[in-house]
Ligand binder design. Structure first.
Ligand code: ZN
Length: 299
C-alpha cells in the first residue's frame, strides 16, 4: 500500500508531489474527513493515491500549513532509552524490556507548530513515530509490520523539571505539556519507503546538528515494541508509538531550548519538521532543578 496522508485544517488529505488532495472529495465521500478513520480504509486510500494524477488537486502544499497527521489518535505510547548511546549519556542502564511511557494525545501538534515552553529546562528528542493501521492484541514480532499504517517524524519535547519532579519519575506528564508532541509532516506508508527499517534521523538546533543516527540502531526495534505493547494493550488504528531518541539530547550537555530557537527534525523518506520554540509562563516546578539533573548541569 502506497500513500502519504496528512491533514489540513483537521481534514484528511493525500499528499503527492507538491499537491494535496482532500480525501473526502477524491473518494467521492466514501472516506470521511478524519484521518484516523481513513486509515481503516487503507487499500481504498492506496488505490485512490495511484490514480490522483487524473484528479484536480485541492491545492499546493506550499500554500498551506499541514496539521498533525493523526489529530484524533486515541493513544500514544513512547519508548525511553531505546538507542544505546542515549541510554549511556543519560546515565541509565539499558532496559531488559522496552521502557514504555505515554504521551497524552492532547499534546499533539503539527510539523510547523510552535513549542510553548514552560521552564528553562525543556529538551528536544527527535523520534521515529509509527502509527497503527490495524487493531491487534498479542501481535507476534513476525506479524508486527502488518499492523503499521505508516510512519512520520516526531519530537518528544520533554520538560525535565516536571519529568523528574518525583522519584520514580513522571515521564508521561513531563512529556505531555500542550504542544510537546509535534508530528509530521505527513504519514508515509511503508511501501512508499525504500527501506523502512533503516532511516537516517537528524535533529538540528538553529542549524547545528545535535542528534544524528539511523533507526536501525534501535535497541528494541518496531516489531519488538509492538509485540511487547500488544501483550498488555489492544493496539487501535491511529495509535501512535514513539520509538525513542538517539544520543545528543540537551540534558546530556546541560543545554536546553531557548525562546526563539528553531528546531529542525528530519527522517530520511519521511520529511522535515520545523518548530519554533516560544517561552511562555513558568509552571509551578519550573525553577526547581531535580537532584537527578544536577550532575548534568554545568556551573
Ligand atoms: Zn523520547
Amino acid at each position: 500500500m502506497s500513500f502519504k496522508l496528512g491533514t489540513v485544517d483537521g481534514k484528511a488529505v493525500l499528499i503527492k508531489d507538491e499537491n494535496y488532495y482532500d480525501v473526502a472529495t477524491v473518494s467521492n465521500g466514501a472516506i470521511g474527513t478524519d484521518s484516523v478513520e481513513a486509515l481503516k480504509s487503507q487499500s481504498e486510500l492506496s488505490e485512490i493515491y495511484e490514480s490522483l494524477s487524473s484528479e484536480s488537486a485541492t491545492g499546493k502544499v506550499s500554500d498551506i500549513e499541514l496539521g498533525n497527521p493523526v489529530p484524533k489518535s486515541q493513544n500514544c505510547y513512547a519508548v525511553g532509552l531505546n538507542y544505546r548511546k542515549h541510554a549511556e549519556e543519560s546515565g541509565m542502564d539499558i532496559p531488559e524490556v522496552p521502557m514504555i511511557f505515554t504521551k497524552h494525545t492532547s499534546c499533539f501538534v503539527g510539523p510547523k507548530s510552535n513549542i510553548e515552553m514552560r521552564s528553562d529546562y525543556v529538551d528536544w528528542e527527535a523520534e521515529l513515530v509509527v502509527v497503527i493501521g490495524k487493531d491487534g492484541k498479542n501481535i507476534s514480532k513476525e506479524n508486527a509490520w502488518e499492523h503499521v499504517a505508516g510512519m512520520c517524524v516526531g519530537q518528544d519535547i520533554s520538560d525535565r523539571p516536571a519529568q523528574f519532579a518525583t522519584t520514580p519519575a513522571m515521564f508521561n506528564l513531563g512529556k505531555s505539556f500542550d504542544t510537546y508532541g509535534p508530528m509530521g509532516p505527513c504519514l508515509v506508508s511503508l511501501d512508499s519507503l525504500e527501506d523502512y527499517k533503516s532511516l537516517d534521523i537528524e535533529c538540528k538546533l538553529n542549524g547545528e546538528t545535535v542528534q544524528k543516527d539511523n533507526t536501525n540502531d534501535l535497541i528494541f526495534d518496531v516489531p519488538a515494541i509492538i509485540s511487547y505493547l500488544s501483550e498488555i494493550v489492544t493496539l487501535k488504528v491511529g495509535d501512535a508509538i514513539w520509538t525513542g531518541t538517539p544520543s545528543g539530547v540537551g540534558i546530556a550537555s546541560g543545554k536546553f531550548l531557548k525562546d526563539g530557537d528553531e528546531l529542525t527534525t528530519t527522517i530520511e523518506g519521511l520529511g522535515t519538521m520545523e518548530n519554533k520554540c516560544v517561552r511562555v509562563s513558568d509552571h509551578s516546578r519550573a525553577k526547581v532543578v531535580p537532584e537527578f539533573m544536577k550532575g548534568f548541569l554545568k556551573d
